[in-house]
Design a binder for this molecule. Structure first.
Ligand SMILES: NC(=O)c1ccc[n+]([C@@H]2O[C@H](COP(=O)([O-])OP(=O)(O)OC[C@H]3O[C@@H](n4cnc5c(N)ncnc54)[C@H](O)[C@@H]3O)[C@@H](O)[C@H]2O)c1
Length: 453
């Protein structure tokens, strides 16, 4: 099929590339010229494992192209995905200005029979709203033109760091629309994924066996939009819940790692998203929980669980600052090493990263902060310029009065702690992700402070 994907960020780029890999002709569009130039050269502007290989292969097969020209993409495609960002406004509401801009552009060039798919995470009711914007744009630009088009909600659940695998092996596909024709076209597009019939390299494990079908939920637009918000809010709730349990564990003398293990063995609970730590961040959970809270407030509701989930998360970051103060008393002038900048391992995304807000708070208190991340090499705009970005872990911990582990990159667990001990000024480690081997560190003479243990 002929597909275009508008917005080549973590979601749009991965979606477009994977759809080309399973045999479609895909045009990826972005308004940022430099991004498109990088992609045209077969390179990847974001860090996402194995994505670059798929980009190169599909460009050379002639199935994948990149452009800044939305008109060309809309005219040539049967299915048009919108996958631009929907960040938070200061009041928590989702900022739909990028979606609106794209819908207006689509309206200028759309013809009969095309399907517009909302892959961006958008508030409830956005499907109808996008349809209205496109219709208005058609009327404004070609008043005499009659165009039949459909809008579908097809929320995305990929995780940064494993986005390519998540796209080829989804746990479910959600299709929300009132149009049978649009639903049928989407099922045709996704058939190779639903039936797991695409080719996959023999040397790479398949998370889903070839005989297994991917579940598809076909529903109305509103329910599809709600599935996405409810799913992310539930995952954030699970993390805030275990963080609250961790805080109680600290008081009563229990070990949250053992508690989470014991809880997670119950199939009704499950082991995932039960790692206590410094809280959730990233480009999705913060804005999606806030947006759902805002939507509820528009209907005169006070979503008490969601509000608590947000508050527990805010406090969890402050708790790290408090732990630092408890340990070293005077923060001013002290050197603090922070390992990890990205909001989670295996991504270069620093949006709403807990590490950034913790570093900013400690810097405000007068600490000298040094940090290192295996992938993030440039200072995020949200991080104060006072923080020094170091070349490696050992450069970071040199002369530090305290070390904070902020992002659980696997390589940090392999640190040579004898060397770390020699380099640090004093030997206090706050393990914000309960990653390190506590007993080993204690045996080396470190003071170890974890979360909830
Ligand atoms: N990142 C994730 O892990 C993830 C997972 C699931 C869903 N989502 C949702 O998917 C959507 C996209 O997220 P993302 O992380 O890929 O965003 P992103 O910020 O990484 O990428 C968005 C892209 O859209 C481009 N863009 C903006 N306006 C444009 C326009 N008018 N024309 C062409 N391109 C335009 C930007 O230049 C950017 O490259 C969001 O709604 C997000 O909530 C994200």
């Amino acid at each position: 099929m002929k597909v275009s994907v508008i917005g080549t960020g973590y979601v749009g780029l991965v979606t477009g590339v994977c759809l080309s890999e399973i045999g479609n002709e895909v045009i990826c569009v972005d308004k940022v010229k430099e991004k498109i130039n990088i992609l045209k050269d077969g390179n990847c502007p974001i860090y996402e494992p194995s994505l670059e290989n798929f980009i190169k292969n599909n460009i050379s097969r002639g199935r994948l192209s990149f452009t800044n020209n939305i008109s060309e993409a809309v005219k040539k495609s049967d299915i048009i995905f919108i996958s631009v960002g929907t960040p938070s406004l200061p009041n928590g509401q989702a900022d739909l200005s990028f979606v609106e801009q794209v819908a207006m552009e689509i309206g200028k060039f759309i013809d009969d029979g095309k399907i517009v798919v909302n892959k961006s995470t958008v508030p409830i009711g956005s499907g109808d709203w996008v349809s209205m914007i496109i219709s208005e744009s058609i009327d404004n630009n070609n008043p005499k033109k009659k165009v039949n088009f459909d809008v579908v909600s097809n929320p995305e659940f990929l995780r940064e760091g494993s986005a390519v695998e998540d796209t080829f092996f989804p746990e479910r596909i959600i299709i929300g629309s009132s149009s049978k024709n649009a639903i049928d076209k989407m099922l045709e597009l996704y058939k190779p994924l639903i039936e797991q019939s695409f080719n996959w390299p023999d040397d790479k494990a398949r998370p889903i066996s070839k005989s297994q079908k991917v579940p598809v939920v076909i529903t109305d637009l509103t329910s599809a939009e709600m599935i996405k918000y409810a799913s992310n809010s539930f995952l954030a709730t699970k993390i805030s819940f275990i963080n609250e349990i961790a805080n109680i564990c600290e008081k009563v003398g229990a070990d949250v790692k053992a508690v989470a293990k014991g809880m997670g063995l119950d199939k009704r609970i499950g082991p995932l998203f039960l790692n206590a730590g410094i809280g959730w961040g990233g480009s999705c959970f913060p804005k999606d929980v806030s947006a759902l809270t805002y939507i509820a407030s528009e209907y005169g509701m006070t979503p008490q669980i969601l509000n608590a989930v947000i508050n527990v998360n805010k406090e969890q970051r402050l708790k790290i600052v408090k732990k630092v103060q408890d340990e070293i008393k005077i923060v001013k002038g002290k050197t603090i090493a922070v390992l990890g900048i990205s909001f989670k391992p295996n991504t270069d995304d620093t949006r709403e990263a807990p590490s950034v807000s913790i570093m900013n708070s400690l810097s405000k208190l007068g600490a000298k902060i040094k940090t290192y991340d295996p992938i993030v090499k440039e200072r995020p705009d949200s991080l104060t310029e006072k923080v020094k970005i170091c070349r490696d872990e050992y450069d970071t911990v040199k002369d530090a009065d305290i070390l904070i582990l902020a992002t659980e990159w696997g390589k940090f667990a392999e640190l040579d702690f004898n060397r770390v001990k020699q380099l640090m000024n004093s030997h206090i480690i706050i393990d914000g992700r309960n990653l390190f081997d506590r007993d080993h560190l204690k045996s080396l003479g470190f003071r170890y402070i974890g979360i909830g243990r």
